[in-house]
Design a binder for this molecule. Structure first.
Ligand code: KG4
Ligand code: ZN
Length: 338
């Protein structure tokens, strides 16, 4: 219930989840509604932008209504609307943005556009009321693999990022090569549990010494070459071993570079976000590594790792508190710098 706290309605439609959420005082989640389209895109092996936009359009009003009613908040009780402005599928972002603008205009409430990755960074605040910057943030999603110094709630410095495929993208592509289905991350994660990570050694691409950038297209190609070679030789492929070997390679690189970034920045707190943060091996390896180096680790529950609107509401709250309010001509952006 509202109890006098500042109420933010968050809206997120950048990819294949139609999501709305309500937070109080920025980070207390009162509701978090997510209508996933995964089943509809799965038959195509990936997200079809046109279908995503159409479904967002059909569902957005119902999802917003559900988020408000679950939170016990009326239209009049909303203090701020936060919405993803990009990066993402531009036709999909547009639907959430149009809904936010319409509500802002009709209800005479302020609205703020949120960078999707800033949302993923803020997800960590939702379950840790006392957490405050500075800390190191690792965002590993379908579109991003970023190591970011969070100097403040709004001040960020990108220390490293992927030069080609994002971690989640590599998981999705490897799942497709292995015929595991879409979305690939959870399928590879599950398959790897029955596999031997040492059976097949895939590349660990570290780039130049000390670099905090990532490159995952090489390991994806190694998996493709391995599978093709085995098939041509008439040998059967153990998908579990391939999944385990691939996952170990990606996780090794992410953990190693994250530790380097912690050493470089001197930060003793690590916050992780993005869909790949729900990967079981990454979670356990980060846990071990942080424990061994006395770093405090914050990983959101899986529902706040993948796309959701509570993280967008939280980021919007801190933007607005610092004085930002957007105008109704704010555009949806496919690409947007952090
Ligand atoms: O953050 P997110 O929901 O959407 C983007 O902003 O991209 O991340 C989706 C990505 C997908 O690539 C998906 O395969 C990956 O996160 N993912 C995982 C796992 N769960 C989701 N990757 C590895 N292991 C998982 N358990
Ligand atoms: Zn995301």
């Amino acid at each position: 219930m509202k109890d006098g706290a500042f109420i933010t309605l968050g809206i997120e439609t950048s990819c294949d989840e139609t999501a709305a959420a309500v937070t109080a005082a920025g980070r207390r989640v009162l509701s978090n509604v997510i209508a996933s389209q995964i089943d509809e895109h799965a038959v195509f092996g990936g997200v079809v932008p046109e279908i995503a936009s159409r479904r967002h359009l059909e569902r957005i009003n119902g999802v917003i209504d559900a988020a408000l009613s679950e939170a016990g908040v009326s239209f009049a009780g909303i203090d701020l609307i936060g919405v993803t402005e990009g990066p993402g599928l531009v036709g999909a972002v547009l639907i959430g943005l149009a809904a936010a603008k319409a509500m802002s205009f009709a209800l005479d409430k302020p609205f703020v556009g949120v960078h999707h990755i800033k949302g993923h960074i803020h997800a960590v605040y939702l379950e840790h009321p006392a957490l405050a910057p500075p800390f190191l943030s690792l965002v590993v999603s379908g579109g991003h693999t970023d190591l970011i110094a969070a100097h403040g709630y709004r001040e960020y410095e990108v220390l490293g990022r992927t030069r080609d495929d994002a971690a989640g993208e590599a998981f999705d592509k490897v799942a497709r090569i292995l015929g595991l289905g879409y979305p690939g991350g959870p399928k590879v994660d599950a398959a790897a549990k029955n596999g031997d990570p040492h059976k097949i050694a895939f590349k660990r691409v570290m780039l130049e010494k000390g670099s905090l950038d990532f490159s995952f297209s090489g390991v994806k190609t190694s998996v493709l070459n391995y599978v093709n070679t085995e098939k041509q030789a008439g040998r059967s492929i153990c998908a579990a071993d391939v999944a385990a070997g691939f996952q170990a390679s990606v996780v090794d690189v992410i953990v190693s570079k994250t530790l380097t970034a912690l050493r470089k920045t001197g930060y003793r707190k690590l916050a992780v976000g993005g869909g790949v943060a729900s990967n079981s091996l990454l979670r356990s390896r980060l846990n071990e590594a942080c424990e061994a180096s006395a770093v405090e680790l914050f990983i959101p529950s899986p529902v706040f790792c993948t796309d959701n609107a509570a993280m967008i509401a939280c980021a919007a709250y801190y933007e607005h508190k610092a004085g930002r309010t957007d105008r109704l001509d704010l555009d949806a952006k496919a690409n947007l710098a952090l």
